[in-house]
Design a protein around this ligand. Structure first.
Ligand SMILES: [Zn+2]
Length: 319
């Protein structure tokens, strides 16, 4: 009786033992399989390249799949990739250019590099310049890389002499009515925002530029006048405001009119087109008197985010 029980117990122990071995083996196989599978993941590969866990999850969540595959294939370890991705105006198509430009210009911030590459200002002014998309209405881009054809015809209206000086006798219709609203609002608060210069046709700009060039050479001409087709005045969307006898162009930004314009012009769709310290993006020296009509929505965005129209156009309108 006892023996029988003993044998049975022995069998059970053996059976349990075998079962345990099988279970352990199965778990082992699963673990091994799991490990092999994990080694195939982007996470494992990025960590192996040397990215931190945080950077790895950021790359997986944000990077374009093809680009991610390329990084893994080339084993590229560049933490600037993540820094550029986190920039507000990051454009994926420009990533390679940001990385290369940043390597050559370590004095620039990441947002400066993004701005320069987005607007194409890594090139020399006027290099590779092309005809701008003239169908954009009040968001037309004219700068040192985008020009208007000589025969471009804005929707011009005659300006009233009440608002204008002789040099400002025609303006784009929509921009002109926006200007009148702005003029009246400023007047109510005691400020005279009179027009000094508005629409300037291609031929006139050509004459101005060629006069400078003939007298002082093209380098000088380029720093003081736009080349024909590249002046925003040809759009009809611009107003140079009058600087009265109390101020000069150099100190107009200390005037109460300027102060009013800086804080209110966006409400009427106008922006300060060539702000201080943005020459490396706009290609123009600071012009405290030159206001560009872009419509209220765009002007408000530019005012609130403190960017140039060139940056806005590159990011939101494209081209
Ligand atoms: Zn101007």
């Amino acid at each position: 009786m006892n023996k029988k029980i003993r044998i049975k117990t022995g069998n059970v122990i053996i059976a349990v033992g075998i079962l345990v071995v099988i279970i352990v083996a199965i778990i082992g196989i699963f673990k091994w399989k799991e490990k092999l599978d994990y080694q195939k993941t982007d996470e494992y590969k990025l960590l192996s390249i040397g990215y931190s866990e945080e950077d790895t999850s950021f790359l997986i969540d944000n990077l374009d799949k093809d680009y991610l595959a390329q990084i893994i294939k080339d084993k590229t370890l560049d933490e600037n990739i993540i820094k550029f991705y986190k920039q507000e105006y990051f454009l994926e198509k420009n990533l390679e250019d940001y990385l290369n430009y940043a390597k050559e210009h370590d004095d620039l911030t990441f947002s400066e590099v993004v701005a320069i590459i987005n607007v194409g200002a890594d090139k020399d002014w006027y290099e590779d310049s092309k005809e701008t998309d003239t169908t954009k209405g009040s968001s037309l881009l004219v700068n040192k890389f985008n020009s208007l054809p000589a025969d471009y015809q804005p929707n011009l209206v005659k300006t009233s002499n009440w608002y204008a000086y002789p040099d400002a006798d025609e303006m784009d219709e929509e921009a002109y009515y926006a200007y009148i609203s702005m003029y009246n609002a400023a007047k109510e608060e005691g400020f005279n925002i009179a027009m000094y210069s508005t629409y300037r046709p291609y031929d006139e700009q050509e004459e101005i530029y060629n006069d400078y060039k003939a007298a002082y050479g093209s380098e000088y001409a380029d720093s003081y006048a736009a080349r024909p087709g590249h002046s925003e005045h040809q759009t009809g969307l611009v107003v140079d405001v009058l600087i009265d006898s109390n101020y000069t162009r150099e100190n107009f930004d200390t005037s109460p009119q300027f102060d009013w314009l800086i804080n209110n012009s966006y409400k009427y769709g106008f922006i300060l087109r060539y702000p201080k310290d943005k020459e490396y993006i706009t290609g123009y020296k600071y012009e405290s008197w030159h206001y560009r009509y872009v419509g209220v929505e765009i002007a408000t965005y530019i005012y609130e985010h403190n960017i140039t129209f060139d940056e806005y156009y590159a990011y939101f309108i494209g081209g």
